[in-house]
Unconditional design. Structure first.
Ligand SMILES: NC(=O)CC[C@H](N)C(=O)O
Length: 359
C-alpha cells in the first residue's frame, strides 16, 4: 500500500511524494548528490549525519543493497555500521531490485534503521532550487509533523565517533587514525599497506601515544565543533611527524594551522569533481562529500593550497611548505567514486618512511 508523505523546505516549498523505507518524519539539512551510483556507500558515510539526501540520478534502488561481510572486524562493503542520513529523496524508486550480491531492497534497508524515504519527487527542480538558494533545512513529514532543525549547530562528530581505542593490522608503520566519523574504506586503504592502525576517538589526546604518522578522518557537520581535535592537532603541528587529513580532516588541519573555514553555498557531493594539483596542469577527477571548505586566504604564510576545485575555485586540500603535513578536501579512498587519487596514501606512507629514516 503506498502512503503519501511530503518534503517541506525552510523556504516554504512543499512537495508531495510516496513513502518508502520507514513511514516516519525526520528533519535535517537538505543536500544533493549528483553521483550516479553508490547509495550503499553514501548512506553509511558518517559525514552525512543529520542530512536529508537528494539523489539526482533518476532511478534509485535497482541494484538493491548487498549483504554484510567483515574484513579485519570492519565492514567489507559499507562505510560504517549503520545508515547515517536523516532521510532520502529520489525521483523513481525501483521496488524490484536485481544484482548478484543484493541481499535486500533499499526500502527494507532504510526501514531497518527507521529512516524515511520519499519518491516521486521532481529532483531536478529541487536541485535547481538548492543550487540557487543554497542548502536548506527541511523535513520529510509522514503522519506527525516535526520541527526544522539545523544539524550544523550540534557536535555531530561526538555522536558518530567511537567510544574507545581500537587496533587493527600489523605493519612497519604505526599510524594513529583520529576517527571523527571515518569511512571504513580509509581503514581498508591503510590495512592494504604496511600499517598498524590505532583508531582513536575525536577527542582523544593522541599526542601521548607513540606513533609514526597521524591521520585525520572525514566526519559530519561544522569543523569548528571539533575543538578538542583542533587543540590536540595544534600540538602535533609543532612536531615533524607526517600528518594527512581527508575532508573534515583537511578542514581541521586548516583551523589548527590558524586558518578559517566557511560554509559553501550548496557543497560538493558527487563522483566527478575536477581538482587541479597546484603548480601543475594536472587534473584529477575525485569523489566528494562536503559542505564546508578552508578559506585559503586565511592560511598562515607557511601553508599553501595543494589542490583547487576547477568548478568553483575553492580549496581542495592544503599543505605545509616545509613539514610533511598535507590534506585533501576530496576523498582519495573513494567508496564510492573514482580511485584515481588513492596514491596519496602511498605518498603519506613515503613521508612516514622518510621521517623515520631521518630521525
Ligand atoms: N566528508 C566530510 O568529511 C565532510 C566534512 C564536513 N562535515 C563538511 O561538510 O564539509
Amino acid at each position: 500500500m503506498s502512503q503519501t508523505v511530503k518534503l517541506v523546505l525552510e523556504d516554504g516549498t512543499e512537495i508531495e511524494g510516496t513513502s518508502f523505507g520507514a513511514f516516519t518524519s525526520a528533519a535535517g539539512e537538505v543536500v544533493f548528490s549528483t553521483a550516479m551510483t553508490g547509495y550503499p556507500e553514501n548512506l553509511t558515510d558518517p559525514s552525512f549525519a543529520g542530512q536529508i539526501l537528494v539523489l539526482t540520478y533518476p532511478m534509485v534502488g535497482n541494484y538493491g543493497v548487498p549483504g554484510e561481510e567483515l574484513y579485519e572486524s570492519i565492514s567489507k562493503i559499507f562505510e560504517s555500521d549503520k545508515i547515517h542520513i536523516a532521510g532520502l529523496v529520489v525521483n523513481y524508486y525501483s521496488e524490484e531490485h536485481s544484482h548478484w550480491n543484493a541481499a535486500k531492497s533499499l526500502g527494507d534497508w532504510l526501514a531497518e534503521y527507521n529512516i524515511p524515504g520519499i519518491f516521486g519527487v521532481d529532483t531536478r527542480m529541487l536541485t535547481k532550487k538548492l543550487r540557487e538558494k543554497g542548502a536548506m533545512l527541511g523535513k520529510i513529514v509522514a503522519e506527525q509533523d516535526v520541527p526544522l532543525h539545523d544539524p550544523n549547530l550540534e557536535n555531530l562528530v561526538a555522536q558518530v565517533s567511537p567510544q574507545g581505542v581500537q587496533h587493527y593490522g600489523s605493519g612497519q608503520h604505526k599510524i594513529v587514525l583520529v576517527d571523527c566519523g571515518t569511512k571504513t574504506n580509509i581503514i581498508r586503504c591503510f590495512l592494504e599497506r604496511d600499517v598498524e592502525l590505532i583508531r582513536v576517538p575525536w577527542n582523544y589526546d593522541f599526542t601521548t601515544l607513540d606513533y609514526d604518522g597521524l591521520f585525520l578522518s572525514n566526519g559530519p557537520g561544522d569543523p569548528k565543533m571539533c575543538d578538542a581535535t583542533i587543540r590536540h592537532l595544534q600540538k602535533a603541528l609543532q612536531q615533524d611527524k607526517p600528518i594527512f587529513g581527508i575532508c573534515l580532516g583537511s578542514q581541521l588541519m586548516g583551523l589548527a594551522a590558524g586558518g578559517d573555514t566557511f560554509k559553501l553555498k550548496y557543497g560538493h557531493r558527487s563522483h566527478n569533481q575536477p581538482v587541479k594539483l597546484t603548480g601543475t596542469q594536472r587534473c584529477y577527477i575525485t569523489s566528494q562529500n562536503h559542505g564546508f571548505a578552508v578559506d585559503t586566504e586565511t592560511l598562515p604564510a607557511e601553508w599553501t593550497m595543494l589542490f583547487e576545485n576547477l568548478n568553483d575555485g575553492t580549496c581542495e586540500g592544503i599543505k605545509h611548505k616545509t613539514k610533511p603535513f598535507f590534506s585533501t578536501q576530496f576523498h582519495p579512498e573513494a567508496a564510492g567514486g573514482p580511485q584515481d587519487t588513492e596514491f596519496l596514501f602511498d605518498q603519506f606512507l613515503d613521508e612516514v618512511e622518510k621521517y623515520k629514516a631521518g630521525k
